[in-house]
Design a protein around this ligand. Structure first.
Ligand code: CP3
Length: 348
């Protein structure tokens, strides 16, 4: 099966059925993934292109998804900046020497992808080859704020106290760190596109922690710059964050072609704020996939009703799929989104 629905929808062109892909689709809810993880620890897997490309394709071979996403992690390009990290099971990214002062910052440099993450670029090339045009390949990176939060806190955080304190009280250090991250991320995404990524998603997962005014001052200029650098690459640019309902006015200024939203805001309300000149991605609550088929169907119908057959809706979860999700519900969801949306179009 070949699918061009995803790229068409990114460009707000009509499609035969609503495209769907799932954040973290190549992850722990798949037994095939857990089996591969018996052989490789997570970072070794990311750094072994043959295996990482195989993982990228796992969900495509199992389900009727409309896009593949590169198997990698947002932390990988930090190594080239001089930041050592580890990914600790059921914790997440951990950095032994966090960056909290101007002196810490002097240890860092811009990371260049060909030198620091050649294995990611090789995974992109291999995955593209093996997909053989079946579905497009999405590349991705973490956005400067989300990466900065790990670099400053040294581990996953709920309140982001150290991050926000640095941002609010040491603006010179903050802006210098954001500059380094902006250049590193821009180069990284450009290199992924050059290697074959047909769309890119910038994950600013934790930006919902900020007040709109602080977002505008301390984050927006950098996100804007990344999307502006990428414009000349002519591939769809997706921006995603969690708990962003009250930031959408600001996020629409980033210049992304597609805005990903979580389930805490109705899709139509979000689209109305973002504007119908942009595509929207989302926004099923990942926990709904733990419920019965009836419940899943009710939620999917509601999201499709809100999208109202407008061109430019890409179905996704509002955040990553959870490790214990039953895979058969994933198959049910994908089939349902295609079937219901195709029926609606036939009626229209
Ligand atoms: O979407 C995909 O299938 C592509 C692969 C992908 C991974 N991480 C693989 C992964 C993507 C796009 C990411 C992005 C990522 N990584 C984000 C942004 C997205 C989001 O969820 O908001 C963030 C914040 C990270 C940092 C990170 N890496 C976390 C929080 C974790 C989970 C820690 C845990 O054990 O719960 C990781 C590890 C990670 N990245 C796993 C996977 C499949 C699990 C590692 C394992 O196999 O044990």
């Amino acid at each position: 099966m070949r699918s061009d629905r995803f790229l068409l929808a990114c460009n707000r062109k009509p499609v035969d059925a609503t495209p769907i892909w799932i954040m973290r689709q190549a992850g722990r809810y798949l037994k095939e993934y857990r089996d591969i993880r018996e052989e490789f620890d997570f970072l070794t897997l990311c750094k072994t292109p043959e295996a990482a490309a195989r993982v990228t394709l796992l969900p495509i071979e199992k389900f009727d998804l409309d896009a593949a996403i590169l198997f990698a992690d947002i932390m990988l390009p930090l190594e080239g900046m001089g930041i050592d990290f580890d990914i600790v099971e059921s914790v997440g990214p951990v950095i032994e020497k966090p960056v909290r002062t101007l002196a810490d910052l002097r240890r860092l440099r811009v990371g260049h992808p060909e030198e620091s993450v050649p294995y990611v670029l090789e995974t992109v090339r291999l995955a593209r080859q093996r997909l053989a045009g079946r579905v497009p390949l999405i590349g991705f990176a973490g956005a400067p704020f989300t990466l900065a939060s790990y670099i400053i806190e040294g581990k996953p955080s709920k309140e982001f106290i150290l991050t926000k304190r640095l941002m609010l009280t040491e603006p010179i250090t903050w802006h210098a760190l954001m500059e380094l991250l902006t250049e590193t991320v821009s180069e990284y995404l450009k290199a992924q596109i050059k290697a074959g990524a047909q769309a890119v998603q910038l994950f600013d997962s934790w930006v919902g922690a900020l007040a709109p005014k602080d977002y505008s001052e301390f984050v927006l200029p950098y996100t804007k710059r990344i999307f502006s650098v990428l414009k000349e690459c002519n591939v769809p640019r997706i921006h995603f964050g969690v708990i962003t309902a009250s930031l959408l006015e600001q996020i629409k200024e980033t210049g992304a072609d597609v805005i990903g939203v979580d389930w805490r805001i109705p899709l139509d309300q979000a689209w109305n704020v973002i504007g119908y000149d942009k595509s929207i991605q989302g926004n099923l609550d990942p926990v709904v996939l733990f419920a019965s088929h009836d419940v899943v169907q009710n939620h999917v119908e509601e999201i499709l009703r809100q999208a109202n057959n407008r061109p430019g809706h890409i179905f996704n979860l509002g955040h990553g799929i959870m490790p214990d999700t039953p895979p058969e519900n994933v198959a049910f969801l994908i089939d349902l989104v295609h079937r219901l949306s195709a029926n609606e179009r036939a009626k229209a």
